[in-house]
Design a protein around this ligand. Structure first.
Ligand code: GLA
Length: 381
């Protein structure tokens, strides 16, 4: 267990930091349901270079897009169709709400975590900025403050009622470890990810269906409806996970069928995370792989956040003996699958699946063999 500590900064006028994207081994759409998740920070991320400017203005430059956006520190809202700028603005506002004295700055950022890929480029952006500003202006904020500021930037400015998993992994990730996080009480510990002759392969579908944001909030509301109904019947006190999966039949008559399906996913997915932890501790990758396939099936049929492209990739993987498990990762409606693949057969698998995917959808997929790395860190000052 780690303690959330404050950073102590010094006088400086510029800093360069990096914050990573994340994978999630299993536990999808459980974080905002006060459940369990198993994420980790990866080798793809965002580099943020921030310099003080002695003004009351902030200017942000997205190098990869060659786009610039400016605002005043006192602005309460901004009008822009630059999605990335809203994340940056939201982070500054949330830090200010915590009482942080953010001064004027210029920030340039760039990176290699693909947008809309389910690897949380948004958390990488939020966390790199929050982390850099905390250091640069010696704001004395805790790691938890930075995590929460990122999440709240999405809630209050972007409009996605996301959970805490992505920002948590981006700040607190550790090399070669996955984070077992209880999103109810925020207890967490690290579980070593020892894959031996296997590796983690992400396949980016390169589709991001527009439903993603609105359906995400709808799913959250549907689960909250389930929680309210179960509380009214005195079946739970706080969270869905108080119902064991073996008792699902007992709540079937209480909940409307759609709400039941959503709750069933969450209840069973939480149990899958616990089983996955046990499997990892026992180095039982076969069991872990099976849990991943079950997770995908549930996300597809019960939670209904998958799409044809993701299903195609998981179905293809299932036929390959070199793949132990595969599932959609992140919010869904596009983005990537995560698979555990035998390292010496990865190249061959990528070739086969890319060809089949191209034939089916006329789209090139992008493969990423990822490694598990530390969370946000300073590159230079
Ligand atoms: C997105 C959100 C996370 C989490 C996942 C689904 O990545 O940002 O908080 O809810 O979707 O598991």
């Amino acid at each position: 267990m780690r303690i959330l500590v404050s950073f102590v900064g010094g006088n400086m006028n510029k800093i360069s930091v990096r914050a990573p994207g994340r994978i999630n081994i299993i536990g999808e759409h459980t974080d905002y349901n006060h459940g369990y998740v198993l994420p980790a920070a990866i080798n793809l991320g965002i580099q943020m270079e921030v310099e003080t400017n002695e003004q009351n203005r902030v200017s942000l430059y997205a190098k990869d897009l060659n786009e610039q956006f400016e605002f005043e520190l006192t602005d309460e809202q901004i009008q822009t169709n630059k999605h990335w700028a809203t994340y940056g603005f939201g982070v500054v506002k949330e830090l200010q709400k915590l009482g942080a004295k953010v001064k004027g700055f210029h920030a340039t950022f760039f990176g290699d975590v693909p947008q809309g890929s389910g690897m949380s480029s948004s958390a990488a952006l939020e966390c790199s900025l929050a982390f850099a500003l905390n250091k640069l202006f010696d704001l004395q904020l805790s790691e938890w403050d930075l995590i929460k500021a990122g999440q709240m930037a999405e809630h209050h400015y972007v409009g996605t009622k996301c959970g805490i998993m992505d920002q948590f992994a981006s700040i607190l990730g550790e090399k070669d470890q996955v984070i077992f996080l209880d999103c109810f009480n925020l207890n967490y510990n690290y579980v070593p990810l020892q894959l031996n002759d296997y590796e983690i392969l992400l396949l980016n579908t390169n589709v991001a269906h527009s439903l993603a944001d609105s359906e995400y909030n709808t799913r959250r509301a549907q689960c909250e409806e389930g929680v309210q109904l179960l509380k009214q019947h005195n079946l739970i006190e706080h969270t869905l996970r108080e119902i064991p999966a073996k008792d699902l039949e007992k709540i079937k008559l209480i909940l409307p069928s759609l709400i039941f399906n959503r709750c069933q996913h969450v209840i069973e997915e939480n149990e899958r995370v616990l089983s996955a932890c046990t499997a990892l501790q026992k180095h039982d990758l076969n069991s872990l792989g099976k849990l991943m396939y079950q997770s995908h099936k549930s996300l597809k049929n019960l939670y209904e956040v998958s799409c044809a492209e993701l299903d195609f990739l998981v179905d293809f993987a299932k036929k390959e003996p070199a793949v132990l498990g595969s599932r959609m990762m992140g919010g869904g409606f596009g983005g990537s699958t995560i698979s555990i693949v035998k390292s010496d057969e990865t190249a061959n698998f990528i070739e086969q699946v890319s060809l089949a995917y191209q034939q089916q959808f006329g789209i090139d997929l992008t493969p990423y063999s990822v490694t598990i790395e530390d969370g946000a860190s300073i590159i230079s000052t």
